[in-house]
Design a protein around this ligand. Structure first.
Ligand code: 13P
Length: 346
């Protein structure tokens, strides 16, 4: 393991107030999002959509790394240029999702375990040779009556730690993502308690597996009330609860925490990230960045709708969200930004 290189890559992944663009939807997830908009679900439309994303002008001003999926990392622009080269030329570090999805956890109804450790060492070697410099593994933790169980939290935390160790061995920075889901009617307080417990368990396993914390990124959920909880706290209350939870559970050696959006609206995800950075940035031990999929891509996908004629307008929308989130890293986002869109093709 080249420690210095891992530390340097992790630093570059969150440098200059940029963040990560997650475009690593598995084929079933991507197809599901296409189906909602009546976009044909096949390898060519998925390729065309990903070409739209990676060729968005000026994307590298706000995005430092892009997380790809196995199908996507092997794809090319229509003119034959590999996506990996397009990203690298734009100053964007290519990353790769390496888990093989969340499956039912035996004897734990309603809970999932993320799989993908078998053969991972060889896959990581191949991705590194292809040009990837970081990887992602997502564990999902559902909140409900009697869950999450200790069995679910422990099994997922151990898998995350084993994945992270293998990544560092292969020269890839692990993005460690234990996601406490928003689905449900649980309170913000319940999400805070659950997230704290999950993160403490994950870091205990990372320690046991000898993962170098300086050479990883934590991808965390914000501390939020459940989607259908009747009480929805304000932007500042969410920001405050999230920062307090992370201060209690994430070691200072971790360079940055990049949030997932998890089903929040684009505007709320930006506003909450902004409130965290505006309020406490100078006193925090790690950077607070973003690694959004839906909260960056969704408006672009809805404009594109599978039609070549809409590519430029969709790219403008993607660039706009990337800009809003970079501003949020600086504590400079405001809802007024939503009205004043800079067009990348202007
Ligand atoms: P969302 O931002 O859409 O939650 O996706 C982030 C992600 O990469 C989930 O693994």
């Amino acid at each position: 393991m080249n420690e210095q290189q891992l530390i340097e890559t992790a630093r570059r992944m969150v440098a200059n107030d940029k963040g990560l663009l997650a475009m690593d939807e598995s084929n079933p997830t991507c197809n599901k999002r296409f189906a909602k908009l009546a976009i044909p679900q096949n390898v060519e439309t998925r390729r065309a959509y990903r070409e739209l994303i990676v060729t968005t002008p000026h994307l590298g001003e706000c995005i430092s790394g892009a997380i790809l999926y196995d199908e996507t990392i092997r794809q090319h622009k229509k003119d034959g240029t590999p996506f990996i080269k397009v990203l690298s030329d734009a100053g964007i570090i290519p990353g790769i999702k390496v888990d093989s999805g969340a499956k039912d956890l035996a004897a734990h109804p309603g809970e999932k375990i993320t799989e993908g450790l078998d053969g991972l060492r060889d896959r990581l070697k191949e991705y590194f040779q292809m040009g990837a410099r970081f990887a992602k593994w997502r564990a999902v933790i559902a909140v409900g009556s009697g869950i999450p169980s200790l069995g679910c939290i422990e099994a997922n935390a151990q898998a995350l730690a084993r994945y992270a160790g293998l990544c560092q061995e292969a020269g890839l920075v692990p993005v460690v993502e234990p996601e406490v889901l928003m689905e449900g009617d649980h309170s913000l307080e319940r999400c805070r308690e659950t997230t704290t417990g999950v993160l403490l368990t994950v870091f205990s396993h990372l320690y046991t597996q000898r993962v170098m914390l300086e050479g990883m990124i934590l991808k965390a959920n914000m501390v939020l009330p459940g989607l259908v909880c009747p009480k929805q706290e304000s932007v500042n209350e969410v920001a405050d609860a999230t920062v307090k939870c992370l201060l209690r559970s994430v070691p200072a050696a971790v360079p940055a925490i990049a949030f997932l959006s998890g089903g929040q609206s684009c505007e709320l995800a930006s506003a909450r990230l902004n409130a965290m950075n505006a309020g406490s940035k100078p006193s925090l031990p790690w950077g607070l960045a973003f690694s959004f999929a839906r909260a960056i891509q969704q408006p672009a996908l809805e404009i594109w709708k599978g039609d070549e004629a809409n590519v430029r307008a969709a790219q403008d929308a993607l660039y706009h969200r990337a800009q809003c989130n970079r501003a949020a890293r600086r504590g400079e986002y405001s809802p007024a930004m939503e009205e004043t869109r800079v067009l990348t093709h202007a």
